[in-house]
Design a protein around this ligand. Structure first.
Ligand code: FAD
Ligand code: MG
Ligand code: MG
Ligand code: MG
Ligand code: MG
Length: 552
């Protein structure tokens, strides 16, 4: 599948000599995976490499356990402890894959070709770029930090996305303290250098703020006691509350905790500009522009689109979107043989309303124009597997039986309580469709999608149609492959001070120290290998005895 882009005919023809490798892999279809993050790793773990000629392209030859990145910024965990080399994982799991450490620059979906480039420090001159072609493509390249085009962000702020970002932030924090220790500074200048700002009150920003607060008030305060009254940590959030995707109880707890501990919370404040050493924001409460000096700003406000994904979206008529749209089988809309998952994609769930006439026709076996309750039930039992919103709706309304779904429709259609006509059916369905929500951009979603897609691919006794099975409601009304379903297992936010909050399924909220212990055990168990698990545990224990490492 790999060719050199070199124009040299010698090189080109030598590649075409029938080789052992080519003949053995010619039967297998070429499956190319872009990205080795949560989505890519999860797919790779489960894909049966004897069925496909699997090639993996990623600018990093390792996987990063992103939930622990904030812990790297303050020296609780070492960067190396949360990175797992992909080659090591493939060897251990006996995966026969080719891995190219390179970035995919361009996806040519018409010709099923990828343009890739070695972006590492060591390259061979003139051979940095190469082409890979594919039969199936799985796009799992994740997303970028979103700057919203605000001037100065790219230049003066740190992002908290990659492992290198965390190490750089850690260095800068120590640098700020060392600079503030120099003899020729005034206290005012020291205060400016020791002003740490976090923009974005989402879970990542808040976790980082909590960690940073611990670091500067515990460990750094011991090493730089003369600076401890000059340090400040500020969170700037554009809306009313921090953690606004979480339950109000968690929001309130976190806000109260932060305020008690002297962390500055600036809600309703929108950053307008970042200059060297100062940030300009609009305080919506007073409607005034304020300026705040800083030594370090960490920018954590949400996700933006990678250029390679944006280009692809323009090619396939998705140019007006922010994320790649897929159907519920994770197939990229408007493309053949292309799949996408994780942060770079979003699943457009199918509305029942789109299929309503067809469904009604199928259910109405005697063509009477109405459904008996039994017919309705049969249809809904089947539809439950096809349209996940039915399950969500039934859970929310605590309905045990699909028959109860017509209850709401019955109320307005008092004609005959044992029959459902198309109008009543539509009414019931409209309410169900309104329950559809987007999946969040989390490791949990990406992991489940990777495993799901691998399962689809593995089931293939390759039919001409591909691994996904029929998409639309067929005349028989059945699908061989169920659409992707997300199972939410809950969400943690560590708040610093050995406290954490958790929101678990079934409206279960847990906050405090015991939750932090739950967090430790969950994140230890979720490590992708025994090696990283041992390293992370070792780092945690080391910190318990010796505190955090403050060297640069
Ligand atoms: P990623 O994991 O970002 O992987 C993208 C991969 O694509 C990388 O390997 C990258 O190198 C590669 N790539 C990039 N560009 C290209 C290219 N052009 N060609 C080929 N490969 C490319 N989620 C949770 O559920 N719980 C948490 O506690 C949590 N904490 C987080 C903390 C931090 C600091 C961050 C940044 C994220 C956190 N998340 C958490 C979110 C979670 O990490 C993401 O949702 C998840 O990583 C998405 O997986 P992905 O595979 O789509 O993308
Ligand atoms: Mg990935
Ligand atoms: Mg290289
Ligand atoms: Mg310095
Ligand atoms: Mg009938």
């Amino acid at each position: 599948g790999v060719e050199s882009t070199s124009k040299d005919p010698e090189v080109a023809s030598s590649r075409l000599v029938p080789g052992q490798e080519q003949s053995s892999s010619s039967k297998r279809k070429k499956l190319v995976l872009l990205g080795t993050g949560w989505g890519g790793m999860s797919f790779l773990k489960d894909i049966n490499t004897s069925l496909y000629d699997v090639q993996v392209i990623s600018p990093r030859n390792y996987f990063v356990f992103t939930p622990l990145i904030p812990n790297v910024t303050n020296g609780t965990v070492e960067a190396r402890s949360i990175a797992e080399p992909i080659r090591r994982m493939c060897r251990n799991r006996k995966k026969d894959v080719k891995l190219y450490e390179a970035e995919c620059l361009d996806i040519d979906h018409n010709n099923k070709r990828l343009l890739c480039r070695d972006v590492s420090e060591v390259t061979v001159k003139g051979k940095e770029e190469f082409i890979v072609d594919y039969d199936y493509l799985v796009v799992a390249v994740g997303a970028l930090s979103n700057t919203f085009g605000i001037p100065g962000v790219e230049k003066y702020c740190h992002f908290l996305k990659e492992l290198e970002d965390a190490s750089r932030i850690r260095d800068t924090i120590v640098d700020c303290f060392e600079t503030a220790s120099l003899p020729n500074l005034t206290d005012d200048e020291r205060k400016k250098v020791l002003s740490f700002i976090i923009v974005g009150g989402g879970p990542t920003g808040i976790e980082f703020a909590g960690e940073l607060h611990d670091l500067v008030h515990q460990d750094m305060a011991k090493l730089y006691p003369f600076l401890k009254d000059l340090v400040s940590v500020t969170v700037i959030e554009a809306v009313d509350h921090i953690l606004n995707t979480f339950d109000a109880r968690i929001q309130n707890y976190a806000e109260r905790k932060f305020r008690q501990e002297g962390l500055n919370l600036k809600t309703n404040c929108q950053v307008k500009k970042v200059n060297e050493g100062e940030i300009v924001y609009l305080d919506h409460k007073s409607n005034r522009e304020e300026i705040m000096p800083f030594g370090l700003v960490v920018w954590s406000t949400g996700l933006g689109t990678r250029p390679v994904v944006r280009d692809l979206m323009e090619q396939i008529g998705q140019g007006d979107r922010k994320v790649l749209a897929t159907d519920e089988w994770l197939r990229v809309k408007g493309c053949n043989s292309m799949y996408a998952l994780g942060d770079c994609a979003t699943v457009e769930q199918r509305k029942i309303m789109e299929d309503i006439n067809k469904l009604f026709e199928l259910a109405d076996k005697d063509k009477s124009g109405t459904l008996t309750v039994e017919e309705f039930k049969e249809m809904m039992e089947w539809a439950r597997k096809r349209y996940p919103q039915i399950e969500t709706f039934m859970k929310k309304k605590q309905l045990k039986d699909v028959r109860l779904l017509i209850k709401s429709a019955e109320a307005s259609h008092t004609t005959d309580k044992t029959e459902v006509d198309l109008e009543a059916f539509k009414e019931a369905v409209a309410e169900i469709d309104s329950q559809m929500t987007r999946f969040p951009a989390t490791a949990q979603v990406a992991t489940q999608q990777g495993a799901y897609l691998a399962r689809c691919f593995n089931r293939l006794p390759l039919e001409s149609e591909g691994p996904e099975g029929p998409l639309r409601v067929t005349d028989e009304g059945y699908h061989r492959f169920q659409p992707f379903r997300y199972k939410h297992l809950g969400m943690f936010v560590p708040l610093g001070g050995e406290e954490a909050a958790a929101e678990l399924p079934g409206d279960w909220i847990s906050i405090g120290r015991s939750t932090q212990w739950m967090w430790y055990s969950v994140y230890a168990s979720k490590q992708v290998s025994w090696r990283t698990r041992a390293l992370v545990l070792y780092d945690w224990i080391k910190r318990l005895f010796f505190g955090r490492d403050s060297s640069r």
